[in-house]
Ligand binder design. Structure first.
Ligand SMILES: Nc1ncnc2c1ncn2[C@@H]1O[C@H](COP(=O)(O)OP(=O)(O)O)[C@@H](O)[C@H]1O
Ligand SMILES: [Mg+2]
Length: 348
């Protein structure tokens, strides 16, 4: 498969580097625990409720959606930190349940939102970057590997940082140390969960630029998780929008952000913060609660198409309220799960 977009490198036909297939993650939650102690049952939180997508070599995909929609839970399932109730994660075509998990943990690296929490405050930058090399017993000259990773992550000259402690660095430099630690292991994939939302607005662009350089220079695939579609616009080839544990729309960034099909994506676009980074709730109505996923389209209680009466006019309201629906390809590589979009884009 090749892409017509001149800035995006052609993507190989091989199996995707990472594939998420119908992944479900449930949490018993506090209410569930209390109920089970009392011998009752309570609905569990369906935090991730049947998600499919893939990440190709050298591709940057943004996984977007407001707080609580299941992004971090999905990332943890992808990393093998939590085991899905159902579904599977495949690395180069092999399930991570049966594959070599040690090798996988080296090849797929995670970068968290808050570098201060991710870095042991009692270790020097050198030790922090060397840690993964030691855990994975990576052969070769350790100091050279640490130096080149720091340098690659933009901390130059690297020796200047060896003996520094995290508290001596800025937020942006700390996130660079985290990224250097990941790079030391020569990863194929970086899963970055809100990698810039704890940083000052002034350094966010630099860290995003670094991630884009890693893709361009090293062909690293990146899954970047964000609540900010502005960030997705800057960095991603493709956008996957999640609502209440499901993907509601996905496709090439330009298609999804310039011609959104799902009312939820449209609502998210209405609140793209100018400078990026607010996590304020969007839309009217109940905030999404994965212990109470509504019937029908899970967005219908907050959907402007339903609320305005347009769904009734179009004769789809009953389905919006009562019939669950799957993603359908409504444009080339552009998928949405919406009855109104089905009527508007009936090509397939
Ligand atoms: N360890 C957990 N135990 C119980 N519920 C959880 C746990 N982690 C997340 N959740 C719930 O799962 C849902 C999705 O959370 P999360 O994946 O963190 O969303 P996001 O990263 O998109 O903000 C939320 O309702 C959250 O409260
Ligand atoms: Mg999260």
């Amino acid at each position: 498969m090749t892409t017509a977009h001149p800035d995006v490198p052609a993507v190989a036909v091989d199996a995707p580097v990472l594939e998420v297939r119908d992944v479900h993650v449930n949490f018993a939650g506090r209410q569930g625990l209390i109920a089970s102690i009392m011998g009752k049952t309570a609905p569990s939180a369906r935090a991730v409720d049947g998600v499919d997508f893939s990440l190709a070599k050298g591709e940057i995909v943004a996984l977007a959606g407001e707080s609580g929609c299941g992004k971090t839970t999905l990332a943890r399932a992808i990393m093998g930190i939590i085991k899905p109730e159902k579904g599977d994660v495949l690395h180069e075509g092999t399930s991570i349940r049966t594959g070599n998990i040690r090798d996988y943990r080296r090849r797929v690296q995670m970068v968290f939102q808050d570098p201060t929490a991710a870095l042991n405050p009692r270790k020097t930058v050198y030790e922090l970057v060397a840690e993964g090399l030691r855990v994975h017993k990576v052969p070769g000259n350790e100091e050279e590997q640490v130096a080149s990773s720091l340098s690659r992550a933009g901390l130059r000259p690297p020796e200047r940082f060896y003996l520094q402690y995290p508290h001596e660095l800025s937020g942006g430099q700390r996130q660079r140390v985290v990224i250097a630690g990941a790079l030391a292991l020569d990863p194929e994939v970086i899963v970055a969960d809100e990698p810039v939302s704890s940083l000052d607005a002034s350094v966010r662009g630099e860290i995003l630029k670094l991630l884009m350089d890693l893709r361009a220079d090293l062909q690293i695939s990146i899954l970047v998780i964000t609540h900010d579609l502005g960030l997705a616009w800057t960095i991603a080839d493709r956008v996957v929008v999640m609502y209440l544990g499901r993907v509601v729309e996905s496709g090439p960034t330009e298609d999804v952000l310039l011609r959104p099909m799902h009312p939820y994506t449209k609502a998210l676009l209405d609140v793209v913060p100018e400078a990026g980074g607010t996590d304020r709730p969007i839309l009217q109505g109940e905030p999404p609660d994965p212990t109470r996923i509504p019937d029908g389209c899970r967005f219908h209680l907050r959907c402007p198409v339903v609320a305005s009466g347009r769904a009734a006019e179009l004769g789809i309201e009953d389905r919006c309220r009562g019939e669950d629906l799957a993603l359908r390809e409504l444009g080339e590589g552009h998928l949405a799960a919406c009855y109104e979009a089905d009527l508007q884009y009936p090509q397939s």
